[in-house]
Design a protein around this ligand. Sequence first.
Ligand code: KG4
Ligand code: ZN
Length: 334
Amino acid sequence: MITLAVETSCDETALCLYSEEGIVGEVLLSQEIHSQYGGVVPELSAREHTKNLPILLDLLLKRTNFNLKDIDFISFTLTPGLILSLVVGVSFAKALAYTLKKPLVPVHHIEGHIFSVFLEEEVEFPFLSLVISGGHTEIYKVLDFGNYELLGQTLDDAVGECFDKVGRLFGIPYPAGPKIEEVAKRGNPNLKVPKPRVKGLNFSFSGLKTYFKKLKEEGVSKEDALASFQRVVVEFLYEKVERAMELTKIRRVCLVGGVSANSYLREFFLRKSKEEGFELFIPSRKYSTDNAVMIAICGLERFRRGYRASYLINAVPNVPLPEFEEFLKKFKSG
Ligand code: KG4
Ligand code: ZN
């Protein structure tokens, strides 16, 4: 069984060929055009996807020496994301499905991140998944594939968005996360910074952004500010994960999404997992950020469970993950 997976929810155009044995081949293009604007420009993103998808597919087929006719079905990101960008990927997937007469299998982008860890190892259900990306900061209880309970979420900015905004304050272009990590290595992480205070398992990051704006105006060095910012964010995230483990009595935790590529965060959680005795799973850095492999993993599982979508299915800006299975029932083919 082999699937072609299509991911275009934001500023990465990604395709992959994936079988039950693993990755056959993959291509990924991170759109650089947005760095000059300080963030993703939706219309430009959609235009870049439209331009690049056929070129990338051609490259993938040449590299793998694979005949497109031999795929069994097409997996694609249906939601959530920038609607224009999603529409491009969904249309591309539908056109291929129509031409090749192959089934269509939709995937939720967050579900993709959650199952990105399965590329390298199977995680026993139930587990907790902290989704930390440019658009999302959420903690889920994952009971099974397709069965997700939202335990908490950000009340304002996403954590990756906060990395990008604080980075921008200190002159770092979008996406600032990877560069902040580098700069932070040279700074003092122990500046006094008030940790965000939010009830339950929810998160908030907008106060931090305002606090660092003030520190910048007071003349604090970029290195010290960013090292302290990174420390406070990671401690705050850990505090919530610790609370979620207490409340659910589940001691299996996955960290997924772009921010989970951060080395300081990975080392911090790894140390805690050893000290406190819980299981920790983090995808390799390459699969923390957006990619098509995570979409293929979920597509394959949904296909195995018998789901095929009708041509009526269309991109949606945001279907909450716990409602996704119910939403899909309306578009089941046959
Ligand atoms: O998961 P992702 O690729 O796209 C979304 O679904 O949003 O996440 C992108 C986010 C950006 O905000 C980026 O700054 C952040 O992940 N990011 C990082 C690192 N690498 C990417 N943040 C902190 N440290 C990193 N090494
Ligand atoms: Zn993502």
